[in-house]
Design a protein around this ligand. Structure first.
Ligand SMILES: [Zn+2]
Length: 161
């Protein structure tokens, strides 16, 4: 069997997602909060469920695919997200909530990964298959065969700031 790969989502009439593929776009919990090219640049996750609270600007402005995917990779692995890639000008209470929501979302993704939800599956996103996409980061994590993924999840579940 070929290694799992990325599939381009398509709005064309009659197009159907292959049954064994999983969508990881922003209408799922696997979506990337950082938006390529958009001026809003960043979507705030609504806790651990699919969906987004609102979109925010970041000091970085329009993001390249490398920035958006890089931010996702840094965040999902539990490293601090650079300030210029965080929502811009938040009051302290919102900043705390952003941090809590991001941690909850990341824990939910790790939970799904540790249960093998993406293992062996092709992943679908709106990005062109030759573009940098957060699905590549997810493919690498999903292919990780270490038995103690959930322990790793605990390690990265700590606060980041
Ligand atoms: Zn993508």
């Amino acid at each position: 069997m070929a290694d799992p790969s990325r599939i381009l989502l398509c709005r064309t009439k009659g197009w159907r997602k292959p049954p064994e593929a999983r969508v990881v776009a922003r209408n799922t919990i696997f979506g990337n909060p950082w938006v390529v090219g958009a001026d809003g640049a960043y979507c705030w996750p609504r806790g651990t469920r699919a969906g987004w609270q609102s979109s925010h600007r970041t000091p970085a402005g329009r993001l390249t695919a490398e920035q958006a995917v890089g931010a996702f990779a840094v965040w999902i692995h539990g490293y601090p997200v650079p300030v210029r890639l965080r929502p811009d000008i938040l009051p302290p209470t919102s900043r705390r909530r952003w941090r809590d929501d991001m941690q909850a979302r990341r824990a939910a993704i790790w939970q799904a990964l540790s249960l093998g939800e993406l293992r062996g599956l092709d992943l679908c996103c709106w990005c062109a298959t030759d573009a940098t996409c957060h699905a590549d980061v997810l493919l690498a994590l999903a292919a990780d065969t270490r038995a103690d993924l959930s322990r790793w999840m605990d390690l990265v579940a700590g606060e980041f700031d």
